[in-house]
Design a protein around this ligand. Sequence first.
Ligand code: CAO
Length: 480
Amino acid sequence: MATRKKAAKAKAKTAAKKPTKKVVKLKAVKKPTAKAANGNGLPRPSSKAWGQAGKALEGVKILDFTHVQSGPTCTQLLAYMGADVIKVERPGVGDITRTQLRDVKDADSLYFTMLNGSKRSITIDSKHPKGKEILERLIKHCDVLVENFAPGALDRMGLTWDYIHKTNPRMIVASVKGFGPGPYEDCKVYENIAQCAGGSASTTGFREGPPLVTGAQIGDSGTGLHLALGIVTALYQRVRTGRGQKVLAAMQDGVLNLSRVKLRDQQRLTHGPLREYSQFGEGIPFGKATPRAGNDSGGGQPGWILKCKGWEDDPDAYIYFITQAPVWTAICDLIGKPEWKTDADFATPPARLPRLRMIFDTIEEWTKTKTKFEVMEICNQHDIPVGPILSMKEIAEEASLRDTGTVVEVDHPVRGKYLTVGNPVKLSDSPADVRRSPLLGEHTEEILRKVLGYSEKQVAEIKVSGAITAPEKPAKAAAA
Ligand code: CAO
């Protein structure tokens, strides 16, 4: 180390002796400050150990007015990334999901706990005059207001864009709505409505059956993800402009974005049948719109779900098998059909398209002799893309998902230990901080005092005002 330092000093000396243009120029350059060390105005690269330089969104304060699923998904992700998320809930009631689908008596439901971890909860009646005053302070304090109320609800609270922007011009106001501007903009929307209106349901399921909704919550959680991207982008733009903006993620738009390959197929239809759909191989004519394609692969590589050993008793003993063209010969050898490698009816992808059903039936005869994990292991040795159909039980017990923090066990003071989904996006310098969900109003006092600066006396006044507490229920005697 010492020798290296010496060598560097010597080198610097020699350089200084040479009166070159370069050296003169260097002398003229001002020593860069820690804040602006390069042309981009970025600070010098941190010398702290990875993960020790603060969280990605540290310092970002979120006023979280979300409920149910779409909005809470968004703000939970921002919390995982390091933002301080202050969830505002109605006194005595809270997010409706606290009591929905309850599995443990008197404990917040998993619906709520799994979507609201890593946040703080404050109860405020947003329609109470004192509540409005507290909200005004929160608006001045925070960077982003996130909400997914029914259209018009935020305005009815008096929290219009004009008011918020005037109160805090830097504030970003981010909303999830069912639809964007247009004929349906005033409609309330839940997950499955979005799946139907966004083009997912009409293209999901089997051709001979009705439209189907998917188990994945692409309308709610999918739109929450879109909104989170909009928020961080608006935060980035604010660095340049200094002002906030409105961010809107409509659930119909979010679902359509996730279903874009089906809009691709809609346009391809005008140029002829969709040859990779098994409907084509079965000789069934196409209609005017993208049809439902069962378990056909969405891409150009044909795939299908095949039975594996034990399928008679286990509803998830299946594997997704893709007959990817580059590994076709390996597939032929594995399933005992080496002659298909050279047979003109099977040797090329176009030749196989009209025979997909028969090909998958033949592959299935082989997969049925193995468990899904055995198929996985064998196929992976040959680079054949396959994926086991994993049950939620198997996922909950999967050690590797625990190791990566994608499935996390947290402890809750009322319900005890439960599993939640951690941050699905991994940042190498900002490890996610996955904490349990807050109890209703758990941080009300803490936020009033430490964040908003109310004195002890003022907090006592707020408490009796009814702005942060549930209205008293009439006593039994009085009621009788
Ligand atoms: N203090 C006082 N009032 C409060 C409050 C608080 N802290 N928090 C909420 N409220 C009030 C709202 O002001 C609203 O009152 P008004 O309608 O009288 O003005 C009321 O609670 C209910 O709000 P809402 O209309 O949003 O709730 P809902 O249960 O009737 O509808 C939903 C739910 C999800 C259909 C609707 O919010 C919606 O369409 N949101 C946009 C789309 C969306 O996110 N959908 C996904 C939901 S997850 O499947």
